[in-house]
Structures are given as structure tokens and as C-alpha cells.
Design a protein around this ligand. Sequence first.
Ligand code: DP6
Length: 359
Amino acid sequence: MTETDFIPSAYSKTLENGKVTWESPSNIALVKYWGKKENQIPANPSISFTLNNCKTITELSYRTKVSDTDFSFEVYLDGEKKDDFKPKIETFLKRIHVYLPFLKNYHFKIETTNTFPHSSGIASSASGMSALALCFMSTEKQLNPEMTTNYFNQKASFLARLGSGSACRSLEGDIIVWGQTDAISGSSDLYGTKYPYQVHENFKEYQDTILLVDKGEKQVSSTVGHNLMHAHPYAENRFKQAHENLEKLKPILESGDLNKFIALMESEALTLHAMMMTSMPYFILMKPNTLEIINKIWSFRESTGLHIGFTLDAGANVHVLYPKKEAKVILDFIKNELVAYCQNEQYICDQIGFGANQL
Ligand code: DP6
């Protein structure tokens, strides 16, 4: 597939107005996407667990309009008009217009809500952009009902990527790869694909408890962080390492070797933050409590032999990952020892999930 395969030919149907609704989850990367080329093409491949409970629900209402020279839309979050979301969505619409030529023919009302607390520091761009991309694709499917499911899914992921890179990994589950790599057959820079190899029982219902260490605005956005990889002294090695880590992950996922899984995942998280600390300008997104939590996890793991591990996104929050069969003891530990380091003791219990649903 190439970009041009997503430019549609003339539609077979016309539509006056209508409404579509999708819910789409967030995801947590094991091998991280950090650094991109033109048009949201990733500098390296990544792989993620799709989450189950942290979701965005988006309802898109559309009606035809007379003039087709501009985009016309309004955005609501939890029933409140959100004009400050408009520039980001306008940029998204401009990027995807060539692939969805009907966008200027309608006025859109976008009503969105998240299942996780707003500004919790949890990336809502992955769930939000994937839900919106799916709503647009459902609209296009009404204009072109012959569209196959495979094309629908690929194009929805492709469009979500143009909104936010990691969003292209949220549409399906339970393990998704994005970025071309020889390690994974079928992988693409253009959209996410399902991890195609065998996965051990140990990873079924894998748990992710998200510790909300800092809910404030990040000092440095992901977009700025990605761009700093362009002149980064370690970029080339880092990109190479991501390919190698995907190759190393295959036997780990197949055999269910949790110790090796944790080592790879934690090394990826710390490498991501090391890239931030060695950018120019440099920055630190971890907070003192992020490190307190990491050290507590390490000593608990050392003393119990349980398979608790962590990963980090571009922020201070800690994702604590562990297998379902050890969930009871580990969740008790989290509640007794780690939650105290969270802002207002807030945390979210999630687990690996299977992607978006039309409502
Ligand atoms: C650290 O997908 O938020 O979470 O493409 O600029 O929207 P944009 O960036 P974004 O970056 C996510 C980076 C990450 C790692 C990951 O999810 O792979």
C-alpha cells in the first residue's frame, strides 16, 4: 500500500445528514516511537498493548452545507464547547482532506468524552484521534458502501496516524506494530498492523495500572520532543536499537519469558527518557515521585520474585505492568506502597484490550 491508495475515486452514494459514534482506547508502547520524518512517518518501528478502559467516545454529526470552500465544524468535550481544540482538529482536517474529499461538503459537530480524568496526563490524542478517524471512515463507508473491512481498518489507522502517530496503534488489539521493520512481516510506516506471531498465555489480560504522578501540562510536547531527534547525537543508534528490540521481543512474546519482557520494556522506557535528557535543548519529564515509584517496584520485585515492571510515556506517570495471575498481590502492593506517590492518590486500573468499537 502507498499513500495514494487511500485517495478514493468518486463516491457511489450521496448523503444529506447523519450521525456516527465510535469508542476508541488508548495504548501503551513497549518499544517506543520517538522521532519522526515528514508526514508523520515514524523514524523507528514501535509496538504497543492496546488498552481496554482508558477510552474516548466520539459522536460525529454531519449535515450538508452550501459552500465547499472551507472546513466547518464545532467541538464539544463533555458537553462543553471547546474552541481551543479547534486548531489541532483543523490541522488534522487539512492533512486528511486529500484522502477524504467530502470533508468540505459538510458541517460537522464533534462531541467527545473520555473515560479517564481530563488532563490526567494520560495521552488522549491516541484515543481521541483514532475515534475521530473512525467516525470519518464510517461516514465515508456510507458514501462508498462497497468498501472492504480490511481497507476500512487500514485507512482508519492511516488517518489516525496523521492526527497523532501513536493513535494509529489504537484501533485494533491486542498487540499492534507500527513502522516498517524486517522483524515483523506486514509492518508498515503508514498504519498499524496486528502483531502476526504467536503470543504466550502469560500476556493474556496483562494488567496496566497507571499511576498519575503529575497531572499538569507537560513542559515539552511530544511533537517538540520528536523533532529534537533530528539533530540528536544518539538518534541513529536509538532507531537501530528499536528494530533490534522488536526482533528480540518475538521469542519473548512466544515463550512468555516475563523477566526478559520486563527488562526490554523498562530499558525502552528509560531510553526514551534518556533521549529527552540528551536532546538539545534537554529536558526531564520524570518527577521525583516517578523515581520513587521505580525504585519501590525494583525492590519489591527483588524481594518477591513477582513479575512487576514499568514503562513510561512522554510524561511523569508510571504504567505498572504485570500478569493477570499475579494481579492480587501486586495490586495490594500498588495500593499500599505506590499510590501515596500519585497526585491526589489517583490511579487507573486498565488491562490489555482489543480495540475500538462502533456504538
Ligand atoms: C512517548 O503519538 O503523541 O508515547 O505523532 O506528535 O502526535 P505525535 O506524537 P505521539 O507520541 C507518542 C510518543 C510516546 C511513545 C509511543 O507511544 O510510542
